[in-house]
Design a protein around this ligand. Structure first.
Ligand SMILES: Nc1ncnc2c1ncn2[C@@H]1O[C@H](COP(=O)(O)OP(=O)(O)OP(=O)(O)O)[C@@H](O)[C@H]1O
Length: 270
């Protein structure tokens, strides 16, 4: 058999990835079906249904207090739904009989606040969960972490401690950690909200890079122009229900729903 040149091999790898993405493109990774969630008498989610398909980036938008974080916490099983179902692949993760830790281990999560352990260096922060929770052998975890850190330009910071990094670098490390065990779904909950505006770009760039590699992402965000340019779909939460679910163009530019128009009018020109 003839040897492939580097270029041929890169083309064949890219087409294999594209083929794999095409064949699984319509698979539903996450499905919410009539999800309801209340805090005492305050019903925050009033029957939420939508899906995230394989390799999609879905931006979850809505005013402050509309329930974006609550929804993310329900998906990650940090909050219990009062009614409805959440399916991860073929598993109803709201079924009380499921192994919740196992379900959680299939999802990568990054929150607004930096969640790195201050007393551990970057490498340890990235590998800890993989080794302790997923029982990944230490050498494999180290190799994988170094590969991920290399990809995000942070390999040289593997021995640094969180307080020696900028907020943007810390968030990129948190994303790398969430990717360690190849999660089926990546949940990003307002990951740029606590950042100095100067540092937002580098984190969003990393999200774009993940998207281009086919990662399946559900992202709650206030970054409207990023959602417009980078998301495949927008889900807009207003008053506890889904006001819109469509492409950025359909939702942000073309919707005739007065509440939708009012919401986006605050961001025009930003
Ligand atoms: N643990 C809790 N106990 C009681 N009420 C809560 C709790 N968490 C959230 N809420 C309420 O639920 C509603 C939705 O909050 P949530 O944080 O989900 O909104 P959000 O859309 O993520 O807001 P933001 O964009 O400001 O982060 C708010 O009225 C909030 O006060």
């Amino acid at each position: 058999m003839s040897q492939l040149t580097n270029q041929e091999s890169a083309v064949s790898t890219a087409s294999a990835v594209a083929h794999q993405q095409q064949s699984s493109a319509h698979q539903t990774v996450l499905k919410l079906d009539q999800v309801r969630k209340s805090y005492r008498t305050n019903e925050v989610l009033k029957g939420i249904s939508f899906q995230v398909r394989a390799h999609e980036t879905v931006a979850l938008l809505g005013p402050s207090g509309s329930g974006k974080s609550t929804l993310m916490k329900c998906v990650n099983l940090l909050e219990e739904v009062n009614d409805g179902q959440i399916w991860l692949g073929g598993t109803d993760i709201t079924d009380p009989r499921v192994d919740r830790d196992h379900c959680r281990s299939r999802i990568g999560v990054v929150f607004q606040q930096f969640n790195l352990f201050p007393h551990m260096n970057v490498l340890k922060n990235v590998t800890l969960g993989a080794i302790k929770v997923h029982k990944m052998p230490k050498a494999e975890a180290t190799d994988k972490a170094m590969e991920l850190l290399d990809r995000i330009g942070m390999k040289s910071k593997a021995s640094a401690y969180p307080d020696q990094l900028s907020g943007g670098q810390q968030q990129r490390v948190a994303i790398a950690r969430a990717l360690m065990c190849d999660p089926e779904l990546l949940l990003l909950d307002e990951i740029t909200s606590a950042l100095d505006p100067m540092l937002v770009g580098e984190v969003l760039e990393m999200v774009s890079e993940l998207k281009s590699r086919g990662t399946t992402i559900l992202m709650a965000t206030h970054e409207m122009s990023f959602a417009h340019d980078a998301a495949d779909r927008i889900v807009l939460l207003l008053g506890g229900i889904i006001a819109e679910d469509g492409t950025p163009r359909q939702v942000m530019d073309e919707s005739q729903n007065p509440q939708t128009k009012e919401f986006f009018s605050h961001f025009r020109g930003l």
